[in-house]
Write a protein that binds this ligand. Structure first.
Ligand SMILES: [Zn+2]
Length: 211
């Protein structure tokens, strides 16, 4: 079992299988910080999927704060210490995360961008060089569907490099997404959502915010 590392604090880690557990008190403090900064909102929201939920994560309200972004990246860096030689993230949020996580690990940071030829997926341009022998830690901000992460994984594999793991700031799927590689989330949220017609907040007459 690879998981179970306590990244900080003295409280016991939560056993999340191959997912890393973190000290509960520190997690609560970080979640409160996100809420205080307006990055983690409670209320009544309609997501891009059309479903309704009571929690929304505004990722650029995390990324606009270097102090909290750095603390979250520290958790990812701690979970993947010594397993990678390069960190890669997808534009746009992943640029910041790749930089900061790589800075903390003392590694190189590269960026995967949308392909220029109109084909779906991502690629490494701008002279970034990775290939066979490289072990890549893939990072992203908020994990919702995992689409952009899968695009980066594919871009890494196309170069012949190996994926060492995936780290995200916030896992909105509460640990339900499996990329088939070691995974760590600095914060894991199990966000409940409902089909619009079954939403209890609609039934209660709560004003709806579009996200
Ligand atoms: Zn609703």
């Amino acid at each position: 079992m690879a998981g179970g590392a306590v990244a900080d604090g003295s409280e016991p880690a939560v056993d999340l299988g191959n997912r890393r557990g973190y000290a509960r008190g520190v997690t609560e403090e970080l979640e409160q910080l996100l809420a205080d900064r307006g990055a983690l909102m409670r209320g009544h929201f309609q997501f891009a999927s059309g479903r309704h939920g009571d929690t929304y994560v505004e990722k650029f309200r995390i990324l606009q704060w270097p102090d909290i972004t750095s603390r979250l990246c520290e958790r990812i860096a701690g979970a993947f210490s010594g397993v990678a030689n390069v960190v890669a993230g997808p534009t746009t949020g992943g640029v910041i995360l790749s930089f900061e996580t790589a800075r903390q690990l003392g590694l190189k940071a590269i960026i995967a961008e949308r392909r220029e030829d109109g084909v779906a997926g991502r690629e490494f341009r701008r002279g970034f060089e990775i290939g066979p022998g490289d072990r890549v830690l893939v990072v992203d901000d908020v994990l919702t569907t995992g689409g952009s992460i899968r695009d980066v994984l594919e871009a890494v594999e196309q170069t012949g490099a190996t994926v060492a793991g995936v780290g995200v700031l916030v896992d909105r799927t509460g640990g339900k997404t499996d990329f088939g590689v070691p995974f760590a989330a600095a914060i894991s949220l199990n966000i409940v959502s409902w089909a619009a017609e079954e939403c209890p907040l609609c039934k209660a007459g709560e004003p709806l915010k579009l996200t």
